[in-house]
Write a protein of this length. Structure first.
Lengths: 276, 427
């Protein structure tokens, strides 16, 4: 009956750059769904606090940063209370840093699976991008509570929020595509990533205000898409004017990074299993 | 009707072996080496996957597969046999798309499921139910397909009470049963199976083999790798014999299995102790050697038909007159289970006899009741009070299923003796 639509697979040596096979990814969507779900389900297995860890850990970070940078160092924040100022940045940053970390380590972590069965490998670095969103949406509770506490009312700027959520997902996705395939060959990535993620927090206006960067450097500064995500989030939620000058350059970086990342990933894919 | 399901043309695969590390013997040299090493390492890891013409015959490149071509017709069951490192697993990995070939081309018609391991992707924190879905989709099933077969899978595994318990609390046997149950319910057009039946207890193994037979009989194409010749003979109609990456021979399963076994790559039919280690101090017996022999056909060496025993000859020297020397051997299966022990003093004539110093040989026959498969023989001697020395697993032999009146795979138990029955109408 199904004789006519039997699929034919040709297996040949692979060399050079490969294009992405979206049809294949669609074919495996059930598996993709189950792997994301496994990640979420397993994350807080056998913990007492469960999903409240998604609130506790960023909250403590916010409190510590407020004490050090707000109270002691008195970093200027354009008149916004430091607690409010840092909350709006730490929440998306927590997502980005943890997704970046998980995505970059995804292939090495799943090496047992890689060698035993064929799956479109591209799904591995993408899984943490989605599964970490659960933590992010839970930690939004902190944002709402802080906004209510400081009596900030919602504005039409919120329309743009989904755009910045997308951008927030694109940053770790692009980095994860590059680093996960690189980590398979060079385990150095694992060691470098640990402190680079910690340092990246200073590359964007998370603990300080973007106004402190001299205008001459603004363009180069804004090529970093993390800057755009943070500025976008603040403006959307506080209802201030959206600083597109800080955002648009980063968007381009994101798109280019995603495309190059995916191509690099596909190029490396053929050697994953042999060098793992 | 019988079209080609898998066509393999001139397939080859190279691996680069790890280059030898250089050692420096002075502190200065090794510091200099450490400074230079990032560049060297970079070159080394980069070179892992670049091959050009000149490379293929260089010393640190391994040709895991070399110019292998064959065809598999739709609905055919093919067994792949060969010693360790023959390239069987590499071939399966290429056919399952896990790793690309270095040269050649393969065309596959139909949906492929490969089973190179049972329980791929099982997560210990998830429950049995959740793992069924996860493992099922990893093996290539759709969620709706798992839904449909869920009850059957649970039934086959026999773990229904523990369905909502995390898998980490399962015994290892339960885990294997659950994993195989999922795999057994795959319905691909082409099934690729590596040595996965070598897990679980004997009963479950039989259940799996039966299930595999059903799969094979339902007209699906099956590629099956195993060291278990009995299983291959039972499941497959044709066989490929790989040796050192080359396709050595292909043909009907009986032909290939016999050729493979008699090539001597299979068993060790003679044993001579290493120089200086032949002295068994405990009882003053010096082992000189042992050999297995098929009395019907010398060419077959250490392969016995089910119904015709092998001859075992143990040669030794008694270094001083003794009344207590006992020569024995033990037979164990490939999983290490001891099947039985036999001693030359079991025959009443030889018991308690005073023997002079000199060379002796003890002869015996093994067989007639062993389940088809491969066995190891341990040879030893005993003397005095509780003194015993043995040489472990020095001989290996195979029992084929030829001449076996039953279907041995279906028969439960460690041995398959053919015993005497009388059937008559009750008076």
């Amino acid at each position: 009956m199904e004789q006519n639509n039997t699929q034919v697979t040709v297996i040949k040596p692979i060399s050079g750059w490969q294009s992405l096979d979206f049809r294949e990814i669609k074919e495996y969507r059930d598996l993709f769904y189950f792997l994301v779900w496994r990640d979420i389900k397993v994350l807080y297995a056998q913990t007492i606090m469960g999903f409240s860890w998604a609130i506790i850990s960023p909250l403590i970070q916010i409190i510590v940063f407020t004490l050090i940078f707000g109270k002691l160092a008195k970093v200027p924040t354009d008149g916004i209370p430091y607690f409010l100022f840092s909350t709006l940045a730490i929440i998306p940053w927590t997502y980005m840093s943890s997704a970046m970390d998980a995505s970059s380590n995804s292939l090495v972590a799943q090496k047992a699976l890689l060698g035993k069965i064929y799956l479109p490998r591209l799904i591995f670095p993408i899984i943490p991008i989605l599964s970490k969103l659960v933590d992010f949406f839970i930690s939004i509770v902190i944002v709402i509570a802080v906004l209510v506490f400081y009596d900030v009312s919602p504005t039409w700027n919120l329309i743009y929020l989904p755009l910045f959520v997308l951008m927030m997902m694109a940053v770790p996705a692009a980095i994860g595509l590059f680093l996960s395939s690189m980590a398979i060959r060079y385990r150095d990535v694992k060691f470098a990533l640990g402190f680079i993620v910690k340092l990246l927090i200073y590359s964007a206006p998370i603990l300080y205000s973007a106004q402190q960067i001299p205008d001459v450097y603004r363009f180069f500064y804004s090529l970093n898409p993390i800057v755009g995500v943070i500025e976008g989030f603040r403006a959307c939620l506080l209802g201030t004017e959206i600083p597109w000058l800080y955002i648009v350059p980063g968007m381009f970086t994101c798109v280019i990074g995603l495309v190059l990342g995916a191509l690099y990933f596909k190029r490396m894919e053929k050697v994953f299993v042999d060098v793992i | 009707m019988k079209d080609i399901a898998i066509k393999v043309e001139n397939l080859g695969k190279c691996y680069r072996l790890g280059a030898k590390e250089e050692k420096q013997d002075s502190i200065v040299a090794s510091i200099a080496d450490t400074i230079r090493s990032p560049i060297k390492n970079y070159r080394k890891y980069r070179s892992l996957y670049n091959f050009d013409e000149a490379d293929t015959d260089s010393a640190n490149v391994l040709q895991a597969l070399n110019d292998v071509s064959f065809e598999v017709k739709a609905g055919e069951r093919i067994g792949i046999i060969g010693g360790n490192g023959a390239g069987k697993s590499t071939l399966l990995k290429i056919l399952s798309k896990i790793t690309p070939p270095t040269t050649g081309k393969t065309t596959i018609k139909g949906r492929v499921s490969s089973l190179l391991e049972v329980g791929t992707g099982f997560h210990p924190e998830l429950t049995g139910r959740e793992n069924i879905y996860l493992n099922g989709t990893i093996l290539g099933m759709r969620k709706t397909e798992v839904d449909r077969k869920f009850d059957e899978i649970v039934d086959f595994s026999g773990i229904d009470e523990f369905l909502d318990t995390p898998v980490k609390r399962y015994s290892s046997g339960m885990r294997v049963r659950l994993a195989f149950a999922v795999a057994a319910h795959l319905e691909p057009e082409i099934l690729i199976v590596d040595e996965v039946l070598a897990v679980g207890d004997a009963n479950f193994q039989h259940k799996c083999l039966n299930k595999m037979e059903n799969v094979a009989q339902s007209g699906r194409t099956v590629l099956f790798v195993s060291h278990n010749m009995a299983a291959i003979t039972q499941l497959c109609e044709r066989a490929l014999w790989l040796e050192k990456g080359h396709l050595k021979q292909e043909g009907s399963v009986d032909e290939i299995v016999t050729a493979y076994l008699s090539a001597g790559t299979a068993g060790h039919s003679t044993w001579v102790p290493e120089e200086g280690k032949e002295l068994i101090v405990a009882c003053e017996v010096k082992m000189l050697g042992a050999k297995l022999n098929n009395p019907n056909d010398v060419k077959l060496g250490s392969i016995a038909n089910f119904d015709s025993p092998l001859e075992l000859q143990i040669r030794y020297e008694i270094t001083k007159p003794s009344r207590n020397v006992k020569i024995f051997y033990r037979v164990s299966d490939m999983s290490g289970n001891l099947i039985f022990t036999s001693m030359d003093t079991d025959s009443p004539v030889s018991h308690g006899h005073l023997r002079d110093a000199g060379e002796y040989e003890s002869n015996t026959r093994i067989g007639g009741f062993l389940r088809p498969g491969r066995y190891n023989i341990t040879i030893g001697a005993k003397g005095g009070v509780q003194r015993l020395d043995q040489f472990e697993n020095v001989l290996t032999f195979d029992v084929s299923s030829q001449g076996c009146p039953m279907v041995p795979v279906n028969r439960k138990g460690i041995i398959t003796p053919v015993l005497d029955w009388q059937i008559k109408p009750a008076s």
